[in-house]
Design a protein around this ligand. Structure first.
Ligand code: ZN
Length: 313
């Protein structure tokens, strides 16, 4: 008996050793989640924080052709998705796009640095906007304005943050509170509680602050253009449901990861119950026909007059 047990143990040890050798030799790794950009940047630069999502690298800067075609025709099914039949006035409402607000710890992390605005710069930007008489609106305010429920305030501006990074809570949120300024944070529901992303209690706290509207940004940060109906419906619909369950209130604002969209994704976003969606296409005018692909501006490190020039056009 003892010998048999001993033999089995030796056999198992040899097997484990062989498997370890096999994994090392062929550099086999467990599969990474489907997040091509993240995967790619992580492989390219090991010093970079793997949580960085290089949104700008893949961003869409123009209205895709299928959406443009629908915008130019007023009687098709697609154009009714865009709300062209009930098109109303056009408003000048600059929507500013932010990712990180922090002091980046790793000087080698180029992606993060490129997406980052220093907290003191963000503070100055808010000071600039307030002094110039800008009024901060949320995505729900924007929807109400487009629906004719509300009139826009004088000089409206909307601040948007993508991805639900943890530094929103530690660095940006205190500055928003300092100036009593409203903003929207588009959160990737499936990344919550991961290092670098908001935790559930942080999400709840900012959602209940009355200053921050929580929007959805898919479950896994998936570029939606060209995806199957099932996948888009799941990524879009589930992100809404998951966030609503966590914060206990309705989530009606959406942001396309990488600004990647097509008429198909746009339709699903609308049918999932969202009232507005933001893109990465540059611009500062909003009307009902583009409420599911509203334009945004990248403020970068501009403060003072240079920031005002950017948003006044
Ligand atoms: Zn994103």
């Amino acid at each position: 008996m003892l010998n048999q047990k001993g033999n089995s143990l030796v056999f198992i040890l040899i097997l484990v050793g062989f498997l370890a050798l096999l994994l090392t030799t062929f550099n086999l790794k467990p599969p990474l989640p489907a997040h091509s950009s993240l995967q790619k940047t992580a492989e390219l630069n090991q010093t970079q924080d793997p949580d960085d999502i290089n949104e700008d690298e893949l961003s869409m800067y123009q209205i895709p052709n299928d959406v443009l075609a629908a915008l130019n025709q007023s009687n098709t099914e697609d154009s009714s998705v865009l709300g062209i039949k009930s098109d109303g006035p056009t408003y000048h409402i600059p929507i500013l796009m932010y990712h990180y607000i922090e002091h980046v710890q790793n000087p080698q992390d180029k992606v993060r640095i490129s997406l980052n605005i220093l907290p003191e710069t963000f503070d100055k930007q808010l000071e600039t906007l307030i002094k110039a008489g800008y009024n901060f609106i949320t995505a729900s305010d924007l929807a109400d304005i487009l629906d004719g429920i509300k009139q826009p305030p004088p000089n409206p501006v909307m601040l948007t943050f993508d991805d639900g990074y943890r530094d929103f809570y530690t660095d940006a949120f205190p500055i928003l509170k300092k100036y009593n300024v409203k903003a929207v944070n588009y959160v990737i529901s499936g990344f919550l509680n991961q290092p670098n992303h908001l935790t559930d209690p942080q999400l709840k706290e900012i959602a209940q602050s009355g200053l921050v509207e929580i929007g959805a940004h898919t479950v896994h940060h998936v570029a939606l253009r060209g995806r199957s109906t099932t996948q888009v419906e799941t990524e879009v619909g589930q992100s809404k449901i998951q966030l609503e369950q966590k914060i206990g209130s309705a989530v009606t604002a959406f942001a396309y990861p990488y600004g990647s969209l097509d008429i198909h994704a746009l339709r699903i976003v609308k049918e999932s119950g969202f009232r507005t969606a933001v893109s990465t296409i540059p611009g500062s005018h909003v009307s009902n026909s583009v409420r599911y692909l509203t334009y945004r501006l990248r403020p970068g490190a501009r403060t003072g007059q240079s920031l005002l020039n950017l948003i006044s056009n």
